[in-house]
Write a protein that binds this ligand. Structure first.
Ligand code: AMP
Length: 216
């Protein structure tokens, strides 16, 4: 199975990606994670892309496309993948089509998790991180309550503050709307409503994927 996953920051995309991996035996590929890793490792690519990432700009298409191609050729994707963060531009869509075709792989669907911006802003404002362990808590979520000792040291990430979240959402919409339109016009877009319990969102995804795979 080959999927593209699209969802705003705070849409629950990470949680759904984990469930897709567990259920379908596919691999999660995230260009954001791969690029951040390259920066951390100080690789040639990392040095090239560092400035773009730190300023929140898109990295030039050729670098990202090369990175994705290398990832597809690593030989650990027998059951396919779910990719997020790519493609983000028209050129990346074309490049992705070519690289899939060249490898005999077919895109099954583009999954979009749709959550209202207001909900995202409120979800993110409830997020706190434990600076000692890196664990992320959601203060509004049942069963996610830290002990009083841990709660006392929790901090909010700068980019989870409402003003910054709103800015990140604007960028997200500007980047992804054209990509979504593209796949909608090809009849490959599946949109699920993300403002529900994660298990309900996932049940919806599974149902929609099953219908689609039967129809192919
Ligand atoms: P993300 O975690 O997907 O938001 O990505 C973090 C950063 O990595 C972005 O702000 C971009 O600078 C860069 N990036 C990730 N994916 C791409 C892509 N497909 N094209 C260009 N830049 C990307």
């Amino acid at each position: 199975m080959h999927l593209i996953l699209i969802g705003a920051p705070g849409s629950g995309k990470g949680t759904q990606a984990r469930r897709l991996v567990e259920t379908y035996g596919i691999v999660h590929i995230s260009t954001g994670d791969m690029l951040r890793e390259a920066v951390q490792n100080g690789s040639d690519l990392g040095v090239l892309v560092h400035a773009y990432i730190s300023q929140g700009h898109l990295v030039p298409d050729t670098h990202v496309t090369e990175l994705v191609e290398e990832r597809l050729d690593r030989g650990d994707l027998p059951k396919g993948f779910v990719i997020d963060g790519y493609p983000r531009t028209e050129r990346q869509i074309d490049a992705f089509d070519r690289m899939m075709l060249a490898r005999g792989r077919t895109l099954d669907a583009v999954l979009r998790i749709d959550v209202d911006d207001d909900v995202v802003v409120s979800r993110m404002s409830d997020r706190r991180i434990d600076p000692e362990t890196g664990h992320i808590y959601n203060l509004n979520l049942e069963g996610d309550h830290p002990s009083p000792e841990i709660e006392a040291r929790l901090v909010q990430r700068d980019d989870d503050r409402p003003e910054i979240v709103k800015q990140r959402l604007l960028t997200f919409h500007a980047d992804t709307e054209p990509v979504m339109e593209h796949y909608r016009s090809r009849g490959q877009l599946i949109e699920v409503h993300g403002d529900r319990a994660p298990s309900l969102v996932f049940a919806d995804i599974q149902r929609r994927l099953a219908t689609r795979m039967k129809g192919q």
